[in-house]
Write a protein that binds this ligand. Structure first.
Ligand SMILES: [Zn+2]
Length: 182
């Protein structure tokens, strides 16, 4: 599948599955040595090929102005980890968990515990180099990290894998909140 179409497909999936809402969140993947990333302000469920921006994988470039404001975080993740795809969502239960708990988040359900292991909760301003550093270090040994009060960064060898990780984080956070409310 064309990588831009793949980004578009997973944009529809993350919105349809309630992991994020329309213009919140962003998606990227590595393709031919470049980062392809959703544009700033784009609705994830309506991404056309024009709304996928190509940016340099190492250094900030003019196209960054068109890319998602979280582009520095995506770039740092590719620099520091083995990830080949990144999905960032504003998943409600994961965000609630990061506000209510100090972290790291340890899934209580067996599947989440096995599949995700520990999910670090990190602090940092949206799109900042500080957040880029913290997120990329957190994702060297973990498949996902939650930015406190903000959202989830999920990584994988493919968008499919990153999507499963993002879904699992929200599922495990939902279980956690249901258990705590019980
Ligand atoms: Zn965000």
């Amino acid at each position: 599948m064309d990588p831009r179409e793949e980004i578009s497909k997973f944009g529809r999936k993350v919105v349809a599955s309630g992991l994020t809402y329309a213009h919140f969140g962003n998606i990227s993947l590595l393709s031919d040595g470049k980062i392809l990333i959703t544009s700033t302000g784009s609705n994830l469920d309506e991404i056309g090929v024009d709304e996928v921006i190509e940016i340099d994988p190492q250094t900030p470039c003019p196209a960054d102005a068109l890319a998602s404001c979280e582009a520095p975080v995506h770039r740092a993740i590719y620099e520091r980890t083995n990830a080949r795809a990144v999905i960032h969502t504003h998943s409600p239960y994961a965000v609630a968990t990061s506000i209510l708990e100090e972290g790291p988040f340890e899934p209580m359900d067996g599947e989440g515990a096995r599949f995700l292991g520990t999910v670090p909760i990190i602090d940092g301003e949206m799109g900042s180099l500080d957040l880029a550093k913290k997120a990329s270090y957190a994702l060297i040994f973990n498949r996902a990290a939650i930015v406190r009060g903000h959202g989830v960064f999920a990584v994988g060898a493919s968008l499919e894998e990153a999507y499963i990780v993002a879904s699992m984080v929200e599922h495990s956070a939902t279980i956690r909140r249901l258990v705590n409310a019980g």
